[in-house]
Write a new protein. Structure first.
Length: 187
């Protein structure tokens, strides 16, 4: 009887560990990309959808980091910059959601693992340390964003995706100017 109970306990434990390992949280950005690949007909549409997914992921991060800046920053200008990020990227995200719905593009609902890692890293910082790390990241991130949006504005196959990307470039460039000015001020 003890052997049967012990064996049953061992089997239950193995099954529990197996179940935990198979329920690993997947990256929402990857899930959205996979869903888009499955439902979109051409590679051209998949490329536009991939841009939209990346833009949505970046927008989510900008909003969450902007909210974090309003809490963790010491510098009033950094807090104000965070407010601007929340307002502008929330508006852009809503526009992108509407566009994606019309184009049957699935967008991520949560931060990708990569963006979540950056958010978690900045969450650990407070005050002047946060200010410098956040603004430095905003400079680099907006340079990367501008490059990706310029490419989409030039190469996107869907006219609406192309126009949306092009329309966001002036705001992204303004954000970069603001971040660079703050970066110089904080040094």
């Amino acid at each position: 009887m003890k052997k049967i109970t012990f064996s049953a306990l061992i089997i239950a434990t193995v099954m529990a560990f197996t179940a935990c390992n198979t329920n690993k949280s997947e990256d929402t950005k990857e899930i959205a990309e996979e869903q888009n690949e499955a439902k979109l007909d051409t590679t051209a549409l998949e490329d536009d959808a991939e841009f939209a997914v990346a833009a949505a992921d970046g927008g989510l991060m900008e909003v969450q980091l902007g909210e974090l800046a309003q809490k963790n920053a010491a510098n009033a200008d950094v807090k104000k910059f965070g407010e601007t990020m929340v307002a502008d990227h929330s508006k852009a995200s809503e526009e992108l959601k509407t566009l994606a719905a019309r184009k049957n593009i699935t967008l991520p609902a949560m931060l990708s693992n990569e963006k979540q890692k950056k958010y978690d890293e900045l969450t650990a910082k407070k005050g002047a340390e946060f200010d410098k790390a956040y603004i430095s990241f905003m400079v680099d991130d907006h340079k990367e964003d501008i490059s990706e949006f310029e490419e989409a504005a030039k190469d996107a196959k869907d006219a609406d995706v192309k126009a949306w990307a092009e329309g966001k470039l002036p705001t992204l460039r303004h954000h970069l100017e603001m971040a660079e000015a703050l970066h110089k001020k904080l040094k």
